[in-house]
Design a protein around this ligand. Structure first.
Ligand code: SF4
Length: 341
């Protein structure tokens, strides 16, 4: 059976507008103002069709806030029609607190909801989302999704406000919400985030003791994770958890053409874009991961330099937290069945 380590996505930015005010948004305020329209249904449909033909099996709809796109149910129904086994919507959860709306989406074919959970409690999450009551709403959204039999996955954007409570956040996700598919994303110092550095900026080395403690919690409690959980980290940050990192290296061959469709009307290959945004230190040549590693973000270097990125000289024993790759195994099984048929 074909071995996969990541699902091939067809990522589409549907819109930039948002009903939250996250100070770390990847998009800049000018971009949000300038491109204030939503991607027309015909363009989304064309991208979905092309992506599926290209072998993508997750239609990953992102924003802005996707639920503000009035055609979202119609888009999901089209994705289902062209054969995506997984239709994933990225959302801040505010509109998903409405059960009827979630039902409309699940009836249309959405079966994965990637919720943006940025803290373990109301105080931190609401502060980071810029909306009072956002934590209560996202918890209600999770309840609605579960009730309707769809799956919750989570994005957690690490920053100065929340890094010290990463362990509590993982407790909330894994114990209370029962989520096994989640991403912990180290800050991308770009977009709106650049305007809020006093509030948000943190060095990778400052976060690591807390991240390690959170990993010990997962390991000690034998908590299963579904995929690699760290994004925008490199092996030298956590040499004992390289198997839990994603997007730090060139992807396997059949994932190299994974595409992102932009609202502005262009598309690009996701990993090539990541490569352009990264850099390395001269000392990286001594690192055992050098040939595979794409390096760390230029934006980080501009802010803090590269001293924290030191070569790994020999392999380290990996933590006993093994991703299950449950959905991926199912994808592979389906692919195999299709090939045999
Ligand atoms: S190659 Fe450089 S950035 Fe990549 S893991 Fe090694 S030291 Fe870190």
């Amino acid at each position: 059976m074909k071995r996969l380590r990541k699902a091939k996505n067809c990522e589409i930015i549907l819109n930039y507008d948002c009903n939250a005010r996250c100070p770390f948004c990847y998009h800049s305020q000018e971009q949000i103002k300038e491109f204030s329209y939503r991607m027309p249904f015909q363009d989304v449909a064309k991208a979905l069709y092309e992506g599926r033909k290209n072998g993508a099996f997750v239609a990953y709809l992102i924003g802005g806030e996707t639920t503000l796109h009035p055609d979202l149910p119609k888009i999901a129904a089209f994705a289902r029609k062209v054969g995506y086994p997984y239709i994933q919507v990225l959302s801040n959860g505010l509109k998903l607190a409405d059960f009827k709306y979630v039902k409309k989406l699940t009836d249309s074919g959405v079966n994965l909801f990637r919720l943006s959970v940025h803290g373990p409690n109301e105080k931190i999450h609401d502060k980071l989302v810029g909306v009072e009551g956002a934590f209560r709403k996202i918890m209600k959204a999770a309840e609605n999704i579960e009730r309707l039999g769809a799956e919750i996955t989570v994005n957690h954007a690490l920053n100065k406000v929340n890094y010290k409570c990463i362990e509590d956040t993982l407790k909330l996700l894994t114990k209370k919400m029962g989520v096994s598919d989640f991403n912990i994303i180290f800050p991308h110092y770009t977009g709106t985030m650049k305007e809020h550095l006093d509030m948000l900026q943190v060095r990778v080395s400052e976060t690591l003791p807390y991240v390690r403690s959170a990993l010990r919690f997962l390991e000690k409690n034998k908590i299963e994770v579904e995929n690699a959980i760290f994004i925008n980290f490199t092996p030298c940050n956590l040499p004992e958890a390289v198997h839990l990192m994603t997007e730090w290296e060139e992807p396997q061959k059949d994932l190299r053409d994974e595409t992102m469709y932009h609202l502005e009307g262009y598309k690009n290959r996701i990993y090539e874009l990541a490569g352009k945004l990264r850099r390395k230190n001269r000392t990286c040549v001594k690192c055992i991961y050098n040939k595979r590693c794409l390096g760390f973000e230029k934006w980080y270097f501009e802010m803090f330099g590269g001293k924290e990125y030191r070569p790994v000289l020999k392999p380290r024993k990996q933590l006993n937290i093994k991703p299950t790759y449950r959905k991926l195994k199912e994808f592979a099984r389906r692919l195999n069945d299709t090939t045999r048929a």
